[in-house]
Design a binder for this molecule. Structure first.
Ligand SMILES: Cc1cc2nc3c(=O)[nH]c(=O)nc-3n(C[C@H](O)[C@H](O)[C@H](O)COP(=O)(O)O)c2cc1C
Length: 207
């Protein structure tokens, strides 16, 4: 029997731990999107969350290009995607391209943290979206130079990800078997012992 949106949700959300924000447990990256629009009020909230991210020198190097389905900008973003992402992402009602300025505003010196800061802002955006019941899926699979040309992005900006935003749909609505398999596969993570260390190679004992 094909999996419904509700049953796939149970499969995908991470095991909850008391004290961890529910939106963190509920965020995951689907590829099946409903044909339902995102309200302007919700978009304002997700960008507000991104806006308050920390950044080096508080430079806030991130800029977000937002495109609704049917707009010329949406078409330009879709045309820069790799073929795999073109199989599913065009159905999302909103696509957001994140870019970061590589020079600090205060002295025009190189900002080596620009992409790191864009990543932090994008992470907050995805968690805020999850808190609003919205699905997000970031993509690094696109042709940066094609996007730069089509969207007239200045050369001193680096590309982060394109984030699809919308509402989850049933896996069966996806175009290929491979996409459906990905959609229903369990999510995995490295254990804390592998990623949190007390000295190099030694897992930290957190109590
Ligand atoms: C920088 C970055 C690039 C990604 N690129 C793609 C992509 O091009 N296509 C895609 O389908 N998913 C892409 N993803 C989604 C990841 O595969 C996904 O976040 C990861 O498997 C973890 O799953 P989860 O987000 O459901 O926890 C990308 C995610 C990030 C953060």
């Amino acid at each position: 029997m094909p999996l419904s949106v509700e049953s796939i949700e149970e499969l995908k959300i991470s095991p909850s731990m008391e004290g961890v924000l529910p939106a963190i447990h509920h965020r995951w990256s689907p590829r099946a999107f409903e044909d339902r629009d995102v309200t302007a009020a919700d978009l304002v909230k997700i960008f507000e969350a991104a806006r308050w991210a920390p950044s080096a020198y508080n430079d806030q190097p991130w800029r977000f290009l937002i495109a609704r389905r049917g707009s010329p900008t949406h078409q330009k973003i879709v045309s820069a995607l790799i073929p795999f992402n073109q199989l599913w992402a065009p159905k999302a009602p909103v696509l957001i391209l994140g870019v970061a300025r590589t020079r600090f505003s205060h002295d025009n010196s190189e900002n080596a943290s620009a992409l790191f800061d864009l990543g932090a802002a994008t992470a907050l955006l995805t968690v805020q979206a999850a808190a609003l019941g919205l699905a997000t899926h970031q993509m690094g699979g696109f042709d940066h130079e094609a996007a730069r040309k089509a969207l007239e992005i200045p050369n001193d900006y680096l590309f982060g990800t394109i984030t699809a935003v919308g509402y989850r749909d049933a896996p069966a609505t996806l175009a290929t078997e491979r996409l459906i398999e990905h959609e229903v596969a369990p999510r995995t993570r490295r254990p804390l012992e592998e990623i949190v260390l007390s000295s190099w190679g030694v897992p930290a004992h957190l109590g």
